[in-house]
Ligand binder design. Sequence first.
Ligand code: GDP
Length: 304
Amino acid sequence: MKVTLLAGGTGGTKLAHGFTLLDVPVELTVIANVGDDTAMHGLHVSPDIDALLYTLAGLIDTERGWGIRDDTHTAHDMFERLGEPAWFTVGDADLATHAHRTRLIREGASLTDATAAMVAALGLTARILPATDDDHRTMIETDAGEIAFQDYFVRLRQEPEVRGVRFEGSAQPTPAVLEAITDADLVVIGPSNPMVSTGPILALPGIREALGEAVAVSPIIAGRALKGPAARMLASLGHESTALGVARLYSGLVDRFVLDEADAPLAPAVEALGMEAVILPTVMRTDGDRAALAAALVELSRPA
Ligand code: GDP
């Protein structure tokens, strides 16, 4: 079965891992958000692609949810001494990822090709496709003006209230991304921030039209985000900061919406939006939780 998953760096990434743990053969393609990409120390950093690479390779620092486990920071300290920005932490092993990607791109590879090379080098079975090879930068409007995503997320620690989100550039999805969506037996919008993780992917021209039948998994459980600013961002952008608020954002895009068990009472309101509400345990603490959620999604899409 061909599964295509739209993902950001945390929730969607854990679900991607779940699909790779299944006994049933799944050909997994993950479409990764690149709105968070940034230039740091002259290098091309793709935080969500890196989270996917590191998670699927078993390298991720699970405590922090980013970076490589047990990485050291000798280079970071030197960057700081040299007067480079120090607010964005780059581990020593992580630095190799950014340097390698940057070299491949400088030598003419697309971000898609560079990512495929890294997937192969790390021996991963899933495909990881950047949503676009073009510049597609998430910009955050705050009361103090518009700032780039990493300024908001890392430098300012998500403290400013988010008043608007915009994607800079006139990016097109790659043909591989459109094909991965139209060819899939199951398309899943992962439990990632709908405004700044799946939003930048869905904003690319042609993606919404390509979706067909899709299922989304709520990244909000009992009115809260398990990590990051998604709940607060929903509220400051005028949405209800519940799973129902997310379902409204995806209304017309998906046929099924997965609510966590804790949100079962929201099912009738989700169904009133014209999508089937599916209630499942969606909190992925262990590998077993990840695989169980992935298996349940595969089961859902099997013809009865
Ligand atoms: P980022 O790129 O690191 O900001 O990550 P994402 O956008 O992928 O993830 C943030 C969202 O993932 C938040 O709304 C979290 O609530 C959600 N999330 C993280 N872990 C889980 C999980 O185990 N289950 C579900 N349902 N959502 C999760």
